[in-house]
Design a protein around this ligand. Structure first.
Ligand code: MN
Length: 232
């Protein structure tokens, strides 16, 4: 098969203690998965079912970098999230099969143009400009599930320039990783390469050029990001 332009190579993530990387094809993101964050946005958690938006795999960026403040926003926000990474193909799966299909976890930043997301809400339009941002899915190296053990009530915390902005525990997630995967598998043929950003705790806020963001979950590699000057 030949192509008129060279096919783009899929983005990928590093894995702790491995030389191989994890190729990413889809990034699912869960909306409103912590009640306190839903409340700060003027919403409530949907109890009937989780719901989603997408980021392109080409939004992916490794942590530990300085990345430019993106164009098209004056209110660029951090959202610290647990990222769950799939290791098996899955369709219409129950909770046990969904749990077993988890390859690993990572710390991730769902970077957001909050003003463009609000435009979408105000006009009942999609959130793509608010959420699907080049270099807007910043994710640390993956820790394999068996090396981590149970997530339970691990701490999730984000600091900006050393000051704590978000702090919660993973047992505050309205929907667990296995519940999210099981639900998503009713709509998609999930497979290795599918990753899920599982929503953010309360305390989201804006950043400016020069800010240093650090996100931590107990037992995982932290994610860091320095905001650079805008693209020129
Ligand atoms: Mn988010």
């Amino acid at each position: 098969m030949s192509h008129v332009f060279p096919p783009r190579v899929l983005p990928s993530l590093p894995i702790v203690d491995r030389d191989d990387r994890y190729s990413v094809s889809r990034i699912f993101c869960v909306g409103r998965n912590y009640a306190a964050h839903a409340a700060e946005m003027g919403d409530v958690v949907d109890r009937e079912a989780p719901w989603y938006f997408m980021k392109s795999a080409f939004a992916l960026a490794d942590g530990g970098q300085t990345l430019p403040y993106p164009p098209g926003t004056e209110n660029f926000h951090y959202e610290m999230e647990l990222v769950v990474v799939l290791g098996d193909a899955l369709f219409q799966a129950d909770i046990a099969a969904s749990e077993a299909a988890i390859y690993g976890y990572a710390c991730g930043l769902d970077m957001t143009r909050r003003d463009r997301q609000q435009d979408g809400k105000d006009h009942r339009r999609p959130w793509d400009l608010g959420k699907d941002i080049e270099d807007g899915a910043v994710i640390a190296p993956i820790t394999q599930r068996d090396a981590l053990g149970a997530l339970d009530g691990r701490r999730i915390e984000l600091t900006v320039n050393g000051e704590t902005k978000q702090k919660s525990t993973l047992d505050h997630m309205a929907w667990s990783c296995a519940e999210i995967i099981s639900h998503l598998s009713r709509y998609y043929h999930l497979a290795p390469g599918d990753i899920i950003m599982t929503g953010t705790p309360a305390g989201v806020g804006p950043v400016v050029a020069g800010d240093i963001i650090r996100g931590e979950i107990d037992g995982l590699e932290p994610v860091t990001l320095t905001i650079g000057p805008p693209h020129t």
